[in-house]
Write a protein that binds this ligand. Sequence first.
Ligand SMILES: NC(=O)c1ccc[n+]([C@@H]2O[C@H](COP(=O)([O-])OP(=O)(O)OC[C@H]3O[C@@H](n4cnc5c(N)ncnc54)[C@H](OP(=O)(O)O)[C@@H]3O)[C@@H](O)[C@H]2O)c1
Length: 327
Amino acid sequence: MTESRQIHLVRRPRGVPVAEDFAVVPVATPDAGAGEVQLQTLLMSVDPYMRPRLDADQPLDVALLGGGIARVVQSRHDGFREGDLVRHMAGMRERFVSDGRGLTPLKVDPDLPLSVYMHALGGTGLTAYGGLLEVGALKDGEQVFVSTAGGAVGSVVAQIAKLKGCYVVGTTGSDEKAAWLRDVAGLDAVINYKSGPLAPALKAVTPKGIDVYFENVGGAHLDAALARMNVRGRIPVCGMISTYNGDREGVRNLSNLIYSRIRMEGFVASDFGHLRERFEADVTAWLKAGQIKYQETILDGFERAPEGLIGLFEGRNAGKMLIRVAA
Ligand SMILES: NC(=O)c1ccc[n+]([C@@H]2O[C@H](COP(=O)([O-])OP(=O)(O)OC[C@H]3O[C@@H](n4cnc5c(N)ncnc54)[C@H](OP(=O)(O)O)[C@@H]3O)[C@@H](O)[C@H]2O)c1
């Protein structure tokens, strides 16, 4: 038996979640039984998709949904050895016991840090890769607009588009993130959407229109993009974070879909399992060659997971927001 902790939702949030909606709960984790492993969480992810789930799907007073990378610390399972690393979606638990179902063995390239397997080489990277190349059907040299370009998904989308010879415009919510996107990630133009009206700013930096708008925000961002879309443009709809806390800003330019023959299509990361091998090979090579750069905002301490989740809606992360639980 090991003392450990879980993060629980104890109250349904109204609007942006607050610390009091969550609790850090001590639990006793049993030893691994026959055919089981006990795992220690190393890195935990907090993600925007979690917010809508807090309204209904996430039960109160149990471990919050979520996933991360964990290390096998006890094994009585033939398929795992102590020290093995795995990916899991077992929720926000410091330690837990598993019969192996839902655990994906993780092989780490010795030249890359473990944390990149939580973003560029993890779910957000696959989302960016599949969303842009498959759903967005990106062609070399096109005009691309990416919202939340300073975040985990957006920063990878923007840089893949640059690698494909595209003209890339991004939005972000701070001057520091904008400077990183321009000076380090190499975007052609970056707008801090908090510094003035978005539509005229976007028009000014998209003289050739937009062929692919990678949608992460919704609301005013979608409206501004719709007004600039080229004929046969594509809008892969990855997320609409501006709506997740209950704001439902109306979109007025949807009729532009018609005469511009625009295809707008939603997707989820799990649609892209068939791309995983190619994605891992491409992104590993790009990371090692320094062709994809990344930022991380890592909060140290299991108990900081609620702070990390809340911070996503306040733009407190540059790149992927992660919780480091153990080394
Ligand atoms: N379809 C899928 O399978 C899938 C998978 C992963 C993620 N997603 C979606 O992709 C988007 C980005 O996710 P991520 O994991 O990469 O998160 P992220 O961009 O790393 O972090 C969230 C960022 O969103 C921005 N933001 C927060 N509230 C906003 C608002 N009201 N208006 C505009 N921007 C706001 C903030 O950056 P600023 O400083 O720029 O404001 C914040 O840092 C989200 O919409 C998410 O739901 C979808």
